[in-house]
Ligand binder design. Structure first.
Ligand code: C5P
Length: 303
């Protein structure tokens, strides 16, 4: 079973109050983009995983691995006693804010469901996905979706055309809980918190997506976690400034960072931005991608 699952960017990420369970209510618009992790699943007695690709040494191999947790959760719920050998090839930056771990969990759910013939429908898989992490349902879903709750409640959204991006990779990752904790500290000292309860509707993002015009989308990109991530990783400010200098339509932090997404006019402009940004020597690497793309799929289905 060979599956690939995409990375995501949050076109808008509005963060509301910290909830009693420690999560934050958010309102976000997710876009699946063409950076992929590939996962194969084969029969085995136990659940095991091997990881290759960029940043593989930073990916945990035991129970902390989200693909392993996904396989175990599915086995427990479906009453499966068999194991699985998972082989994961990373193409999504590790700890980059692009939901690479979530992509792996989504890929493991559909690969193991097929391998074990558990026959769960999309809705049942999506419910398991939400147990595994806030971004896992979207990694299954793909495309464009509005995310509410802690991000796991999805509503599909319409979008026209294809948006082209450059992703600026940072030398060191950021841990999502630390970025949310920094957000709480900032919100406590400033009036940054948008309101007391649930966040407002994403301002104009869905309307911009329906135009198919990257200039319109560029005007509405926003990420409430950006000031907190900048506190933890101040050099990101230089990447954001460089993006503006190079003529990116906009630049926004991916999720909790530290990857920065630069919105380009078209594919050619994305290539130019990537080459020029790489030439500045500010970032560990650059990737070019586009979205929306499909969620986790078998590789033959994905073409
Ligand atoms: O859901 P996930 O396991 O990916 O979340 C990782 C951490 O990020 C949570 O433990 C929490 O600290 C933080 N988080 C949050 N609010 C969200 C999503 C994540 O506070 N909506």
């Amino acid at each position: 079973m060979a599956v690939r699952a995409p990375a995501k960017v949050n076109l808008c990420l509005q963060v509301g109050a910290r909830r009693p369970d420690g999560y934050h209510d958010i309102a976000t618009v997710y876009l699946a983009v063409s950076l992929y992790d590939h996962l194969t699943a084969g029969p085995a007695r136990d659940v095991t995983i091997a990881v290759t690709g960029e940043g593989a040494s930073q990916v945990p191999l035991g129970e902390a691995n989200l693909a392993v947790r996904a396989a175990r959760l599915l086995a427990a719920r479906a009453g499966v006693t068999a194991g699985v050998r998972l082989e994961l090839a990373k193409g999504i930056p590790v700890a980059g804010g692009m939901a690479g771990g979530s992509a792996d969990a989504a890929a493991a759910l559909i690969a193991c469901d097929a391998l074990w013939e558990t026959g769960l429908d999309r809705e049942a898989l999506s419910a398991l996905a939400a147990e595994l992490g806030s971004d896992v349902p979207f990694a299954l879903h793909g495309g464009v979706a509005l995310g509410t709750g802690r991000g796991e409640r999805l509503t599909a959204a319409l979008s026209r055309g294809r948006y082209h991006w450059v992703f600026a990779l940072a030398a060191r990752g950021l841990a999502t809980p630390e970025v949310y904790a920094a957000y709480d500290r900032l919100a406590g000292t400033t009036a940054a918190r948008p309101d007391q309860g649930s966040p407002a509707d994403p301002p104009g993002v869905l309307a911009a997506l329906r135009t198919g015009d990257p200039v319109a989308l560029a005007r509405v990109l926003v990420n409430d976690l950006q000031p907190a991530a900048l506190r933890l990783a101040p050099t990101l400010a230089r990447v954001l400034a460089a993006a503006a200098d190079l003529g990116a339509l906009a630049a926004v932090l991916c999720g909790s960072g530290p990857t920065v997404a630069l919105l380009a006019r078209d594919g050619e402009d994305a290539t130019r931005l990537a080459v020029e940004l790489a030439g500045l020597g500010l970032v560990r690497g650059v990737r070019v991608g586009h979205g929306p793309v499909a969620g986790a799929r078998f590789v033959d289905e994905a073409g």
